[in-house]
Design a protein around this ligand. Sequence first.
Ligand code: HEM
Length: 510
Amino acid sequence: MTMEPWRLLVLLLAPIAAIGMGMGYHLRRRRIQDGNSHDDKSAPLPPPGGMRSWCRAALGFETLSFLAANSSGRGFYDFVRSRGLRHGACFRTALFGRTHVFLLSPLSRAAAPTLLLDTHPHMAKRYLRTVADLLGEHSLLCASHDAHRFMRRAVAGLFASAPTADFVQSFDRLVTHQMQQLLLLRGKDEGRVVVVLDAALEVTFRAICEMLIGAQDEGKLARLQRDVMDVTRAMLALPLRLPGTRFYKGLQARKRIMDALRQEISMRRQNDGLEMDRRNDFLQTLLMKSHTHSAEEALTDQQILDNILTLIIAGQVTTATAITWMVKYLADNTELQDTLRSVQVDIASKHHLDSPLTLQDLNTMEYAYKAVKESLRMATIVSWFPRVALKDCQVAGFQIKKDWIVNVDARSIHYDPTIYPNPTVFDPSRFTNEDLKPPYSFLVFGAGGRTCLGMNLAKIMMLIFLHRLVTNLRWEMADQDTSLEKWAMFPRLKNGCPIRLTPIHKEKLC
Ligand code: HEM
């Protein structure tokens, strides 16, 4: 393919011009900063990034490095970690044309109360436009401040103790069934390897859907699962609305999900009217509320639909990923796996074999609960929390400009050796004296008005999965590759964590 000479010239000169402009701009800023610091020594400075980083950012190299970290199998966080080592606990960079500031521990912990508790007057939660396109403008994850408060109040009741207690039983039923299938597989094919991520995605999806929209026929559920997967994959894709692109596929999948849910709503309204419907899933509760309450108090159909989709997406992949890491950490620590097994088998021996677990049963599982928390700390599914500056302001003593994005880095807190000694060692016992930990040192589910709504459900799912797995099966990793999956929303193993299972009992599950 030939290229016109003027195009070639532009291509050759563009980087030089960009460097020149970048350096000029940077020097001007340095002069302004120097002037400032001359006049007023206490005036806050912008976060460090350095001349070299600034030029790299202006040329898009920082974005390329960010993407390269992802492609290398080390994951996006590697980009943050390496810059933290170079610049310290606060640094500035430019990604995808926006200025990003990262606050690492201890600064992130210090800034968390104001940034995450929404008490900073000029900082707001930041979401990606693509996420709003895919989940809907009413999604809790994207709604503006006031709309969010209203919707969160409307949805939060669904996570009260009675529905949670029901959820424990239904999740336990699903996991027990899944373990039985795994045991059958083992019987047929010795040495068969199970990919934990696949199993966890399957069981969490079923459980969350049952809770939200009730039991569905297998065909509908399979279609929904495929569509939810397409929406999830599109969330990090370039927003190209062209047929064949990941983003376009995600939008099409959202449309199908919305159509299916609208059909479900109209079927429930037609069948003898809502009052006669005995279902007690989330959808039914929200529909009943919109039927009996005033428009100011109840959610519209579109708000309900957007948030049903949001809850599936926010709950399934996060929890399945956390379960996968937990299984991996215990595969790597066989002594701890054995200790946990003897504690849980003891608990199981006091339990009636055929009845599902209850919330009370889970409350007795102290050691397993510590293993769940330690897994959540080490995995840190959501690595950082982005907040955007609505106007020029100060954060953690640094000057922040309007539109800059400030990221509270949870991972650096969870790996801070002053809070968690030997942070790379999997040690559930570190959660024994939690009161001694400083505030904002466990940010797995965020904090403040945007704290994860499903955190109790997530912990319940992890605990039940762990209990049923450890009391019935021994496991070891079937593949030691620790590289991370590219383009995953949350850091997770590329191989999905394949494990080799050995049943503990000959016949029945406990
Ligand atoms: C281990 C599993 C989970 C992890 C690590 C996790 C983590 C988080 C985090 C960190 C946030 C806050 C984000 C921010 O402040 O920017 C969040 C929000 C949220 N999560 Fe979770 N989550 C998990 C499971 C679930 C489950 C099971 C559900 C529901 C079925 C759920 C529903 C939500 C919702 C609706 C929000 C938005 C809350 C709001 O903005 O008001 N999550 N999650």
